[in-house]
Design a protein around this ligand. Structure first.
Ligand code: DON
Length: 314
């Protein structure tokens, strides 16, 4: 009688690397979850998930990849895409610039000459792009926005009411910026409606695999690789990725481009989304943030993966 040797089941190389980086950074104990939005201060700092979706629709994940969290600033990428779809490139550019800033994401600052906010990834610029979303009244605009997110995610998603209310009642800085931009004609009269829409987009619930699918959609010229749905006309993907590349990691964007070399976007809840054009999308969730508002573990994982897989664009 022959006895078959017991062999470990084949683990896909991508899965193996994900397991390895998750293990490596799991115990990294740096940074703190955001507290300026009261609802976010309640998050468990230990939560840590990673997911990859390839442009062929394959998915790999590790850790708390199913954990839901609010998308926060990562929403800005997709709302920028919807504004481009609604108005075209030149019209959007006349209201929001595409210049990176060395300032914090919530800086109350507009371009001295043009009076435009610097780019769609800082809060001022994001409020301006949100104000461009078309629709008759608040419900129609919100429904158009949710339908847009659904095309990228591949399923319906909802808005977390406590976070929305938390931001709505404490977001005075964002309100001040909106009024300043109204003064310069950068947004229209629907100031409170557009601010509500902005707070709602930030409060959309997603998990790591949703972020990875959204990123993979951008990596795949705007076509969701899991559903085959065209989420945004492919001609706008380049604009979205260019802005992400230059401005997506706030005042860390330069060093990020230098070290990791990929378009990415972070959010204050601890989410991080990275696009590897033509190849894959990556979603990470880990709430503790560094002083610029980027997920500490998220940045580490990306530096590591970019190095190991040779993902840097140049
Ligand atoms: O408006 C705000 O401040 C938040 N809703 C979003 C900011 C954010 O995610 C910045 N990210 N690092």
């Amino acid at each position: 009688m022959t006895i078959e040797p017991i062999t470990a089941p084949d683990v896909h190389p991508i899965q193996e690397v994900l397991n390895q980086v998750h293990e490596k950074y799991r115990s990294l104990n740096l940074g703190t979850p955001a507290t300026y939005i009261p609802e976010l201060a309640k998050t468990d700092p230990k939560l840590f998930g990673i997911c990859i979706v390839t442009v062929d629709g394959e998915q790999f994940s590790v850790g708390d990849a199913e954990q839901l969290f609010t998308i926060q600033s990562i929403s800005k990428v997709f709302v920028h895409g919807l504004a481009l779809e609604d108005h075209g490139r030149e019209q959007v550019l006349s209201k929001v610039g595409v210049e990176p800033t060395g300032d914090a994401f919530n800086a109350i600052v507009l371009d001295e000459q043009s009076k435009r906010p610097y780019n769609p990834m800082v809060n001022a610029g994001a409020i301006a792009t949100t104000s461009l979303i078309k629709g008759q009244g608040a419900s129609e605009r919100l429904n158009r926005m949710l339908a847009m997110f659904e095309r990228y995610i591949g399923h319906e998603s909802y808005i977390d009411m406590p976070t929305f209310m938390s931001e709505r009642t404490t977001g005075f800085r964002n309100r001040a910026m909106a009024y300043l931009m109204r003064n310069f004609g950068m947004i229209d009269d629907r100031i409170d409606e557009s601010l509500d829409l902005y707070f709602q987009q930030c409060s959309l619930m997603v998990n790591c695999c949703d972020l990875a699918t959204m990123a993979a959609t951008l990596a795949n010229q705007g076509k969701n690789p899991r559903t085959g749905v065209q989420a945004v006309p492919s001609r706008y993907v380049r604009d979205m990725l260019s802005v992400m590349y230059m401005c997506g990691m706030y005042n860390y964007s330069g060093e990020w481009a230098y070290r990791v070399g990929l378009p990415a976007k972070s959010g204050v809840s601890g989410g991080l989304m990275v696009v590897v054009p033509g190849r894959l999308g990556l979603g990470i969730f880990s709430p503790p943030l560094d002083e610029r508002g980027n997920s500490v573990r998220g940045v580490k994982v990306c530096e590591d993966l970019s190095e190991q897989f040779g993902l840097h664009l140049f």
